[in-house]
Design a protein around this ligand. Structure first.
Ligand SMILES: CCCCC/C=C\C/C=C\C/C=C\C/C=C\CCCC(=O)SCCNC(=O)CCNC(=O)[C@H](O)C(C)(C)COP(=O)(O)OP(=O)(O)OC[C@H]1O[C@@H](n2cnc3c(N)ncnc32)[C@H](O)[C@@H]1OP(=O)(O)O
Length: 216
């Protein structure tokens, strides 16, 4: 499967942004606020006397949003409009409060790169990133690397090696690069490094050229 008009390293300048960075729209600002709330709920004093009122107010906001939500099938069509750069995914999506969100750019050697600082909602071991979160981020980075390399596929296998605990509260650089293509099989590799270049997690992924049809 090709990637339609999605930018590739052969047809686009180095530094092309491959994801949808937050654009200051109301939905992106609301999602940013929701991220703050998730983080703040984990940090606030457990004895905070106002937590019951906080729960009420948050439920009231959720009710308002649900009242204004179209049918799921309709929203899915809307979400999947366009050429593959999504605003809703759980890694780069500016409209998804679960996403840090990570912004990725394409480099001339065919790799993609992005830097992100993760905080308490992504914690696994004390003060460090949850291994499943690292795998999630890298799976997505490899998917975007495939697109920058001119291919697309579904993850068939993701081999993950955790070299050292990945720190929270420090900038982490994630990279990915399409390594080889063998018929429908695409092999892609990537890693997460600290600012001083230490590899915390490395992955190799096997992707198979197949897709789930977009909702229309
Ligand atoms: C996701 C695509 C989106 C496309 C968007 C377009 C543009 C992109 C733009 C930007 C990119 C942005 C976002 C993308 C970012 C992230 C992507 C997220 C990725 C995911 O989140 S995705 C969800 C998790 N993923 C699944 O939900 C897959 C479930 N699974 C299946 O759907 C099938 O299982 C499938 C399709 C994998 C294969 O099925 P199949 O029937 O098509 O092919 P088959 O089984 O014949 O395998 C063919 C050859 O691969 C070998 N092979 C297969 N699996 C292997 C394994 N595990 N280990 C070793 N070899 C394996 C066989 O041995 C054979 O090899 P050989 O040809 O040599 O015999």
């Amino acid at each position: 499967m090709s990637v339609g008009t999605h930018p590739t390293f052969e047809n686009s300048p180095p530094g092309t942004v491959l994801t949808s960075p937050p654009d200051g729209s109301a939905v992106d600002r609301a999602t940013g606020a929701a991220r703050r709330v998730v983080d703040a709920l984990l940090r606030t004093d457990r004895g905070n006397a106002n937590l019951a009122r906080v729960a009420e107010e948050l439920n009231s906001i959720a009710e308002h949003l649900e009242e204004h939500a179209p049918a799921v099938a309709e929203r899915l069509i809307d979400m999947w409009n366009g050429e593959g750069v999504t605003r809703h995914d759980p890694v780069t999506g500016p409209e998804n409060a679960l996403a840090p969100p990570l912004v990725l750019e394409g480099l001339p050697d065919g790799s993609v790169r992005g830097t992100v600082t993760l905080t308490i909602p992504y914690q696994g071991p004390p003060g460090h990133v949850h291994g499943g979160v690292s795998a999630l981020l890298l799976d997505h980075v490899l998917g975007v690397a495939n697109a920058w390399g001119g291919k697309a596929g579904m993850t068939a296998q993701l081999s993950t090696r955790y070299h050292r605990p990945t720190p929270l509260f420090e900038p982490l650089t994630l990279t990915g690069k399409l390594i080889s293509v063998d018929g429908r099989k695409i092999t892609t590799a990537g890693d997460i490094r600290t600012a001083d270049g230490q590899v915390c997690v490395s992955v190799e992924g096997l992707f198979v050229d197949k897709s789930v049809p977009r909702p229309r």
